[in-house]
Design a binder for this molecule. Structure first.
Ligand code: AP5
Ligand code: MG
Length: 194
């Protein structure tokens, strides 16, 4: 089984790359951000709970996010493996994910970070904000707040996964295709090592 966390700051390209690698390696792609947005669109109670956090560029509280993620994995228990995109984003989410995967006799293969500098990310998100309808893309203050949340709450996961020997990173700038190729090569290597 191949279970990969795609890691990176807002706009790093996690969703874009996940679309490709899920097909190449026959994996289920779980993006917690996409799941929240679907719930907001359908006006579910989960969506209503999450909306103000997301619109302001803040993380949604752990328990809400963890319950949603677990449901999604359980729904797809027979999968070949998963790409986790945008989860975990806090240390407690990471610890829960480890235990949860173990309880299902699954194992995390690796965390792969897409590294991109903030100025490039800001340009990408502002550009997308003109068409995406995402409120958190439309205002530079909210975008910077997302970076702040990442720096404070998510970046500690780098040393966490390094300590487990599960952290890898690649450059997230350049063409989408070049990044995809690099990601493919890395995942193929990880499969061989497994
Ligand atoms: P989420 O939806 O995960 O958003 P994000 O991580 O802030 O960033 P994006 O999804 O916008 O970026 P991405 O890395 O997927 O890049 P993408 O491929 O889209 O989360 C949204 C919110 O939900 C959070 O702020 C939080 O409130 C909540 N949330 C989600 N998960 C949570 C969790 N675990 N805990 C608590 N709260 C949670 O690309 C971005 C743009 O760049 C696109 O327009 C794309 O076309 C373009 N692009 C991509 N690659 C390239 C390239 N190589 N060159 C040029 N352009 C590129
Ligand atoms: Mg995304």
């Amino acid at each position: 089984m191949l279970n990969i966390i795609l890691f990176g700051k807002p706009g790093a390209g996690k969703g874009t790359q996940a679309e490709y690698i899920k097909n190449t390696f026959n994996l289920i792609h779980i993006s917690t951000g996409d799941l929240f947005r679907k719930n907001i669109e359908k006006k579910t109670s989960l969506g209503l709970m999450a909306k103000s956090f997301i619109d302001n560029g803040e993380l949604v509280p752990d328990q809400i996010t963890i319950d949603m993620l677990k449901n999604e994995v359980i729904k797809n228990k027979k999968a070949n493996g998963f790409i986790f995109d945008g989860f975990p984003r806090t240390l407690s989410q990471a610890e829960v994910l480890d235990l949860f995967l173990k309880s299902l006799k699954m194992n995390l293969t690796a965390t792969i970070s897409l590294d991109v500098e903030d100025s490039v990310l800001e340009d990408r998100l502002i550009k997308r904000g003109k068409t995406s309808g995402r409120l958190d893309d439309q205002n530079i203050e909210k975008i910077r707040n997302r970076f702040e949340e990442y720096n404070k709450k998510t970046s500690p996961l780098i040393s966490y996964y390094k300590s487990l020997n599960k952290f890898h990173s690649i450059r997230g700038t350049g063409t989408i295709e070049d990044i995809r190729n690099e990601l493919n090569n890395l995942i193929n290597q990880l499969k061989l090592d497994d």
